[in-house]
Design a binder for this molecule. Structure first.
Ligand code: 13P
Length: 283
């Protein structure tokens, strides 16, 4: 059961400049498939749960699945709560055993975000858990106009946020968005370099689905040690199910469709581990 603190996974990746896939799972099948990919590739992995998934599956059921499924795992893995504005849910997940949380107070003023983030960091420390912070918020591609960009705070504000809250990793807006990009995104990679240089801390890259291999390599080299992938899993899961039903009309056999979905999600996860150079990095 090498469930390890998220810090240990990220610190190594940051020091050796490879990326760790942080993949959002949606149910038991996708959780098992991404863990199998990590095991197969001998890669560290961060498993992410959205607030929606925690609510849908149930916090206790989800955590029981995590414990049971990671029992035989021999590579370092950690469980992370993605984008959570709710202090109550953060407290509940930390108390249960999640290894890290993203406190998403991006809708609050930076001052209030900072004030509350300090409290979250203190709370997480009691459990040895990591805290990721953000101040800008990420939109979904489908909610954005073609030329729309999330407004970036100044470098000074971002660096002050990281230093004064003590977050372990920071998620800046660099022209990235959640969902599937319509065209290759234009990314402000220099901002990653500037933040890493000024804070000495790693950066979490959001909106990974649809970035090019060159963009991943460049951003990881600059210090993006955690690379978030969600939409690619949803596509692999849904499309493989759709394709299976199209190719096998009238075959209503759940285990067969589950096999196809597991294979697709496993390969999606493995391909990102290869892209991020985390293959064989398990210790
Ligand atoms: P994508 O859905 O674009 O892969 O983004 C994932 C993410 O950043 C989750 O926080």
């Amino acid at each position: 059961m090498p469930v390890v603190p998220t810090q240990r996974i990220i610190e190594r990746a940051f020091a050796d400049r490879y990326g760790v896939a942080a993949i959002n799972v949606v149910n038991d099948l996708t959780l098992e498939a991404v863990l199998a990919a990590a095991e197969q590739q001998r890669s560290p992995l961060i498993v992410q749960t959205s607030v929606k998934t925690v609510e849908q599956v149930g916090l206790n059921v989800l955590y029981s699945m995590w414990l049971e499924m990671t029992e035989p795992i021999t590579v370092p893995v950690a469980l992370h709560l993605d984008h959570c504005p709710s202090r109550e849910l953060i407290s509940a997940c930390l108390a249960k055993g999640w290894n890290s949380v993203l406190f998403d107070a991006s809708k609050l003023s930076v001052e209030e975000n900072k004030r509350q983030c300090v409290e979250v960091v203190a709370e997480a420390e009691r459990y040895g858990a990591l805290v990721e912070g953000e101040i800008e918020g990420f939109k979904r591609v489908e909610d954005m106009a073609d030329d729309e960009e999330v407004e970036e705070q100044s470098l000074e504000v971002a660096v002050d946020f990281v230093k004064s809250t003590g977050v372990d990793i920071f998620a800046p807006a660099i022209g990235n968005a959640h969902g599937m990009y319509r065209t290759t995104p234009k990314l402000d990679s220099q901002r990653v370099t500037d933040i890493v240089a000024a804070t000495g801390k790693p950066v979490a890259l959001h909106g990974g689905t649809g970035m090019t291999p060159d963009q991943f390599s460049d951003l990881i080299a600059r210090g993006c040690a955690k690379v978030n992938i969600s939409t690619a899993l949803k596509i692999a899961f849904m499309k493989s199910g759709y394709d299976f039903m199209t190719e096998h009309p009238g075959e209503y056999d759940p285990p067969s469709i589950f096999r196809a979905q597991r294979a697709a999600v496993l390969e999606m996860a493995a391909s990102h581990m290869r892209l991020f150079d985390s293959v064989g990095r398990a210790w």
